[in-house]
Design a protein around this ligand. Structure first.
Ligand code: MN
Length: 206
């Protein structure tokens, strides 16, 4: 099957740090499995659906559009969120601590203090039902950031909101290191959160 020139497939992004860089908050084994197997699975899933769509269109055969699009959004959402999640963390010793710069200003203006934001975000992460994400996103038309819970990869998303921070709270993100103790995993995230990345996103906000 030939693809139109210029059409690309999704690919797994390389991490900006070594697999053992986030230890002890995320083990090498846990991160490698999460990145190489789970994230790769969403990349493969999205590409497979594009191929299915291409083939169906070329052969002009009917497919179940509703379920296909749902599955496509699940895989693309998974790919985008995981890519953001990796960028939201920095090696142990380089990340964590209190934010500074534009992200600190944004947090202080909306939430009153970093402590208040951290408490709300932690509670959002810990209370996601089943598999999902906690995300800090910017609604640019009202210039307010807000915390979202995302169920699976694509439910409850406000379209067009720019994601500043994303924390994966699917069990596959922490079960190897923390078993069922999601709270301990979320606490660990604050030690490796990458404020430089958050500031880069803030710089793109109008
Ligand atoms: Mn994940």
């Amino acid at each position: 099957m030939s693809k139109a020139e210029g059409v690309k497939s999704f690919s797994l992004p390389k991490l900006q740090y070594d697999y053992n860089a986030l230890a002890p908050y995320m083990s090498e084994e846990q991160l490698k499995l999460h990145h190489d197997k789970h994230h790769q699975g969403y990349v493969n899933g999205a590409n497979a659906i594009f191929e299915k769509l291409d083939k169906a269109r070329k052969d002009n055969v009917e497919i179940d559009i509703k379920s296909t699009l749902k599955e496509l959004s699940f895989h693309i959402g998974g790919h985008i969120l995981h890519s953001t999640f990796w960028d939201c963390m920095a090696p142990t010793g380089k990340g964590g601590g209190n934010p500074s710069g534009a992200i600190a200003d944004l947090i202080n203006k909306e939430f009153g203090s970093f402590e208040r934001f951290k408490m709300e975000f932690t509670k959002a992460a810990n209370s996601v039902e089943g598999s999902g994400w906690a995300v800090l996103a910017m609604q640019e038309c009202v210039a307010r950031p807000l915390i979202m819970q995302i169920e699976k990869h694509n439910i409850n998303v406000y379209p067009g909101f720019r994601i500043i921070l994303a924390l994966d709270v699917w069990e596959h993100a922490y079960y190897m290191d923390y078993k069922n103790n999601r709270g301990k995993f979320v606490d660990g995230f604050w030690n490796v959160v990458n404020w430089d990345y958050a500031n880069k996103v803030c710089a793109m906000i109008k």
